[in-house]
Design a binder for this molecule. Structure first.
Ligand code: FES
Length: 360
């Protein structure tokens, strides 16, 4: 069989599927999602373009399927991504109905692609406008890509104070020992292919909206026609005494994640914060540190977002992996010795001996 050879495969009988139903099929090793919506059949790739969840387990509403893991939405008629997270669209396949049977019509080559990047225009020198984007997280990148997808042909300049191309920050708490390049959202060539300029290591210090200029710490300026500020958020700073001691970390950048994962091996680690980041870090470090203790203000982890039952379940799972929890309290003071953390005193009077402290 050559790569372009057509494949026509019967999937099911027309009468077998109800309107609003989704079914998963395996064709040539690829998972395909067949959908019947508003009386017609359509087929797209079944793997979410974000982290690969099976969309057949998601939720279908009209022509949109919502991913079961983090909620990205895709149009089941076109495969286009319509809601973040995730950058790419799904492959879309031809479906025919003949003599009461539903067939997928495709080729082996078409089945090789599990993701589809939407078509984008390039910079046209005659277009003198510039969109400046301060920040280089997913929001900044999606803005740049959407502009090109929608036909914007002016200059796009993305500026970040970090020395990295846009990366998938949520992965930092899940794979703390990953290299920054391993979690880049797009490879380096992508930016030159689509004329998206990324200036790294430049920190914006002010914006003069009257003159439409951004000033950077190194004294340089950038003139813009439109400006997007998408700098993201920062971890909350710990206010108690001792928070500036060595071996007290917060987690925001790949450098922070590397430092924590390198320092934590065989140490007693205290994590302040029991929501997603704190819990993911606890899970990651549970088999690497000597001990992991989580301090949280609520009764159970995730309480505010997922409620008591799920919070208690998550707590039990981590306890089974040796993680200790100190809930309904917070740090009163971190004590040090020779500039290093030594112990943390909690508001409830507990003293934890530690060698590394991570702030969520
Ligand atoms: S895996 Fe689908 S949204 Fe994350």
């Amino acid at each position: 069989m050559n790569g372009d050879e057509k494949i026509t495969q019967e999937l099911c009988k027309e009468s077998e599927m109800k309107d609003g139903e989704m079914r998963e099929f395996e064709i040539e090793g690829r998972s395909i999602l067949l959908v019947k919506s508003n009386g017609t059949f359509s087929a797209v790739g079944n793997k979410c373009s974000h982290y690969g969840a099976p969309l057949s387990k998601g939720f279908l509403a009209g022509d949109r399927v919502r991913c079961p893991w983090h909620g990205a939405c895709f149009n089941v008629k076109t495969g286009d991504i319509e809601e973040y997270p995730g950058l790419d669209s799904l492959p879309c396949y031809k479906v025919t109905v003949e003599n009461g049977s539903v067939h997928l019509v495709t080729s082996k080559k078409a089945l090789e692609n599990v993701k589809r990047v939407k078509a984008m225009c390039r910079h046209n020198a005659s277009n003198r406008s510039t969109v400046a984007i301060i920040g280089a997280g997913p929001a900044a990148l999606v803005c740049a890509e959407t502009l090109r997808q929608e036909g914007y042909s002016g200059k796009i300049v993305m500026v970040t104070r970090e020395n990295h191309l846009p990366y998938d920050r949520p992965k930092l708490s899940k794979a703390m020992n990953a290299k920054a390049e391993d979690i880049y959202l797009r490879p380096k060539e992508f930016y030159s292919q689509h004329d998206i300029e990324v200036r790294m290591g430049k920190e914006a210090v002010s914006v003069n909206t009257d003159e439409a200029r951004v000033k950077f710490r190194d004294g340089s300026f950038l003139q813009y026609s439109q400006l997007l500020i998408a700098t993201g958020s920062r971890p909350r700073e710990l206010q108690c005494p001792g928070s500036t001691l060595k071996n007290v970390f917060s987690l925001r950048s790949p450098e922070d994640a590397t430092a924590v994962s390198e320092e934590a091996g065989g140490k007693n680690v205290v994590i302040m914060g029991s929501s997603f980041i704190g819990m993911e870090v606890a899970a990651f470090l549970s088999d690497k540190a000597n001990s992991v203790s989580v301090i949280g203000k609520s009764s159970v982890p995730f309480q505010a977002v997922l409620g008591d039952q799920i919070g208690a379940l998550a707590m039990k799972l981590l306890e089974e992996h040796g993680v200790n929890f100190y809930m309904r309290t917070e740090a009163r003071e971190i004590h040090g010795e020779n500039g290093q953390v030594k112990e943390v005193l909690l508001r409830n009077g507990t003293v934890l001996l530690l060698m590394l402290c991570l702030l969520e």
